[in-house]
Ligand binder design. Sequence first.
Ligand code: ZN
Length: 246
Amino acid sequence: MSPDLEHLIQLQRLDTAIEDARRRIAAHPDRLAEADARLSEAHERVDAVRQRLKNNQEARRALEKEAAVFQGRLTKFKDQLSEVKTNREYQALQHEIAAAQTELGTVEEKVLERMLEGDAIAADIKAEESALAAMQKEIGAEKSALEQELAGVQRALANASTRRDALLGQIEPPLIALFEQVARARKGVAISAATRDGLCSVCHVRLRPHVFQQVRQNDTIIQCESCRRILYYVPPSAPAEAPAAP
Ligand SMILES: [Zn+2]
């Protein structure tokens, strides 16, 4: 293969690596934010379940106040029992007492329900708190892995950039200009391998036979007539081409 083609293939590899590194560096803040968002969701779940306990306790206190009112009414009626003069008054009062007792029973039942609900919520709080603690640990590890990854990508980027600068010194300026012009027009991919059956591997257009023939020589700069990418050819390895005879 001509040194020019070899250099352009290397240049493409470096450019692709540089582009990939830049994309990953650019995505880093979003990945951190995504990890933080998961953590704040876990915080929100703990807050929500704590709020449920608060609501439960308020409802229970309101019911207890209600129960106290019925309790007070019952005590008053019972005190009045000793003062009634007639059987009719006595019966009316007994009727009031029975009604107040029924109401008190209903409210006390509700208080009990709230207490049981409160126990269940307290268990939920424990579960959400331990889920939060686990999540904090997980996100902490994830973020430090992300930081390490970022540092690695930054090193790779610096390394590829240095190698690219050195490589540019070995390529004729007009060839660099051609490469960069095609790369700009073709989403950063300026070269393309021709397939074994004579297609441009990137745009899939069939090369004309004499063009394919020239590309197979790997000794001149030939552009795909369709996508303008610079073509090269990777000859099939011997075992794939000719399976070993038995
Ligand atoms: Zn093409």
